[in-house]
Design a protein around this ligand. Structure first.
Ligand SMILES: Nc1nc2c(ncn2[C@@H]2O[C@H](COP(=O)(O)OP(=O)(O)O)[C@@H](O)[C@H]2O)c(=O)[nH]1
Ligand SMILES: [Mg+2]
Length: 708
């Protein structure tokens, strides 16, 4: 069976961890007959949370692709994890989805996870439907949750339904779009349609009118008809809602109990009738600034949004067809590396269960295995077609850790495993830092890194331990110093001789030339680690031959790379070579290099040296209740508070914090706020390390050198 593009619905489930996304996906699959019985998150038996790590932990870590058929439409369901540690999984799923279902726990309303994904809903302009889930819960408060959503996300948040009897006996939903009441049998499923009782008619009618108005608002024709007739007929209403949803002019709100299976059928019906198919969405942007239309008769083009390696199977690639029709056996060319890949088998997926299909049309999402050289963010096209789908940009890392180096043999195995995961997870960055002499992992949160370690242990059978990462300090000077060094060695045959006189001083942009020296040649270098080295050759009268200037600069660079204070990179320094001595026989490059390094090192220390540390712009979003604790904690981290703003019922704290104080911040924040806060950080600048700390760091470095 093959669907047409307009009969496909790609739906991503979003929301704070624990709001019920995975349970809702299971309910959709059950209700539509894709699975004979419903699993639970607790028993680890849902289709979505199929990996052993998810089952053990009892929540989602990876995004999962599922699909079902509901009254002639194929609905692809992308379940996502709710914690910001796994935001990469959310971003890639959102990229291929055409509609978002944003679940709220109706007891809790808007939570930090809701805020987190809202950012992306705005960025991707994803048509979005809210679902107030868990209305069967004792503490469910539909009205309060709705009000929170409206005050935070605006008056386009408009209810379609409300629960008549929320709480433990819940079984009735009033639907103001269809103006009918749904009464569910015990155990849920197909509801009985009843008339809305007299007592509820007023509220329902008011909600209905708001929906009609919202539907009419975005189309002139509909607006006219609305003014003439005072309302819209069913067809016009559907047409108007379709336009409004597509343009984020309405965020309709439904209610549901996923565990009781009450409400999911109506939501699927709305997806079928009102939500956009891939053909109704704007054409996909391409890397060359153009777009690609989802035309199933066009040239074949697919985009890999996720890869995942499975034991026994190997690499599994998840992709969306953006143009044409992909058939089993087709060969496509990877635009990144020109590899020709053969798609021997095509699958539809329900979690780990995969069924082969003959073809997938534009707009559909599918799976293949055993691609040789293709990864996330790659476009593969039929030969001769060269467009590339715009790549997904993943958020910058927010935490880092260092890996305790195991034995050499183990290290090789470990790096191989890490690089494999790095390929699957673009939010993980591995760095072999020459300066810090550590292997660093950069990720989204402590949980992200802990899960990584767990995977390496379980799947690859390698123990990986973490340690505190060093800080990439910088060294500079604040005063001028002049000095000289003579390197002289007479041992046996040819000797070594070189004498260098050097002035070092703090470098700044457009600084004037020295007035007491005659500058012969200026070299101003951008250093790979930031900042500059200005190297001035000021030799008069040939005291050092110009042919040695390169060797002298090399000697300086050696010390710039391994600074005299703590072995960190040096920056923003001007060096003037103004005098020296040569020996007609014994002088050579090596001798001058050594002399230059020595004089640089000594003069650096007498030029009021200053250690600089990386400072980050930190932004914390938290609820009022935990704000005091978070501020107090920041104060202990040498933070400088820059400002505070309110966003809905959340506060945003902006601060500048030294990187050295941010180690394990994600865990601290999680426990301080009980998960009711999120943060982001971005490198801001280098600034001077406080005097005491500088002394301590220099001493530590000296001890390290003495030990070595
Ligand atoms: N009472 C009630 N509990 C629910 C409902 N939906 C989910 N849950 C429970 O909430 C917890 C988290 O559900 P899960 O689907 O894993 O949430 P996710 O993190 O959003 O995927 C589980 O214990 C579910 O059984 C619901 O509609 N009503
Ligand atoms: Mg889940």
């Amino acid at each position: 069976m093959s669907v047409s593009t307009k009969d496909i619905r790609n739906v991503v489930l979003l929301g704070h961890s624990g709001c019920g996304k995975t349970t809702f996906s299971e309910t959709m699959l059950f209700e539509s007959g894709a699975i004979p019985r419903r699993g639970t998150v607790e028993a680890g038996s849902t289709l979505s949370d199929f990996s052993s790590i998810e089952q053990e932990r009892g929540n989602s870590i990876f995004s999962t692709l599922m699909h079902t058929n509901w009254r002639g439409k194929k609905i692809n369901i992308l379940d996502t994890p709710g914690s910001d540690d796994f935001v990469g999984e959310v971003v890639c799923s959102m990229r291929v989805a055409d509609t978002a279902l944003m679940l709220l726990n109706s007891s809790n309303g808007v939570e930090v996870g809701t805020e987190l994904v809202w950012e992306y809903i705005e960025k991707f302009h994803t048509p979005t439907i809210f679902i107030m889930n868990q209305v069967d819960h004792d503490k469910s408060d539909f009205d309060a949750a709705l009000e929170q959503a409206q005050s935070r996300f605006g008056n386009h948040v408009i209810p379609v339904q409300y629960p008549l009897n929320q709480g433990s006996g819940f079984n009735t939903i009033v639907d103001a779009l269809r103006m009918v009441m749904y009464v569910f049998p015990e155990g849920g499923g197909k509801p009985e349609k009843q008339e809305i009782p007299e007592s509820e008619i007023g509220r329902a009618q008011e909600m209905h009118n708001a929906l009609v108005e919202a539907a009419a608002e975005n189309d002139e024709g509909l607006m006219e008809r609305f003014f003439d007739a005072g309302t819209l007929n069913e067809e016009e209403l559907a047409q108007g809602l379709t336009i409004a949803l597509a343009n984020q002019q309405i965020f309709p709100v439904f209610c549901c109990s996923s565990t009781q299976n009450m409400g999911s059928g109506r939501i699927m019906g709305f997806l079928n009738d009102i939500a956009p198919s891939p053909a109704d969405r704007p054409d996909a942007p391409t890397e060359d600034g153009d777009t690609m239309a989802p035309d199933s008769t066009g040239p074949t083009s697919i985009f890999i949004y996720k890869t995942f390696s499975e034991p026994q199977v190997g690499m599994v690639s998840y992709f969306k067809v953006y143009s044409g029709t992909l058939k089993a056996g087709d060969e496509l060319v990877n635009m990144k590396n020109s590899t020709t890949e053969r798609f021997n088998q095509l699958f539809e997926a329900n979690g780990k269960v995969r069924n082969t299909v003959d073809q997938l049309v534009a707009g559909d999402i599918g799976v293949t295995v055993k691609l040789k050289n293709s990864h996330t963010n790659n476009t593969l096209n039929q030969k001769g077609y060269n467009k590339e789908i715009k790549k997904i940009t993943f958020p910058d890392p927010r935490v880092r850790t260092a890996v305790v180096p195991p034995s050499k043999a183990e290290m090789e195995k470990l790096m191989k495993a890490l690089h494999q995961i790095e390929e699957e997870d673009p939010t993980l960055i591995i760095e072999q830092s020459a300066q810090l002499k550590q292997t660093l992992l950069h990720g989204q949160g402590q949980l992200h890194l802990d899960i990584l370690r767990y995977r390496i242990e379980k799947v690859n059978n390698i123990t990986m331990e973490f340690e505190e990462p060093r800080i990439p300090y910088r060294e500079t000077i604040t005063k001028v110093a002049n000095g000289s060094y003579r390197h002289k060695k007479q041992s046996g045959g040819a000797g070594q001789f070189g004498e260098v006189h050097m002035r070092i001083e703090p470098y700044y942009e457009d600084m004037p030339d020295p007035t007491d020296l005659s500058v012969r040649k200026k070299e101003i270098e951008d250093l790979p680690w930031g900042g500059k080295l200005a190297f001035y050759w000021c030799i008069v009268g040939g005291s050092i031959d110009a042919k040695y200037s390169n060797a002298i600069k090399k000697g300086v660079m050696q010390k710039m790379e391994e600074g005299p204070l703590t072995g960190s990179y040096c920056q923003n320094i001007r060096v003037c070579i103004y005098d020296g001595k040569m020996h007609p026989v014994d002088s050579n490059d090596m001798a001058f290099m050594i002399a230059a390094a020595q004089v640089f090192k000594t003069e650096f220390k007498s030029a009021a040296p200053q250690l600089m540390e990386p400072i980050y712009d930190l932004e914390v979003m938290c609820s009022d209740t935990v704000m005091g604790d978070i501020m107090g904690d920041l104060q202990t981290r040498r933070a400088i508070i820059q400002g505070m703003d309110a966003k809905g019922h959340y506060q945003i704290i902006r601060a500048k914090v030294p990187l050295a104080e941010l180690y394990k911040y994600s865990s601290s924040l999680r426990s301080l706020s009980q998960g009711r806060a999120k943060f982001s950080r971005k490198f801001a600048e280098f600034s001077p390390v406080p005097h005491d700390l500088q002394q301590k760091l220099i001493k530590e470095h000296e001890e390290e050198l003495a030990e070595a």
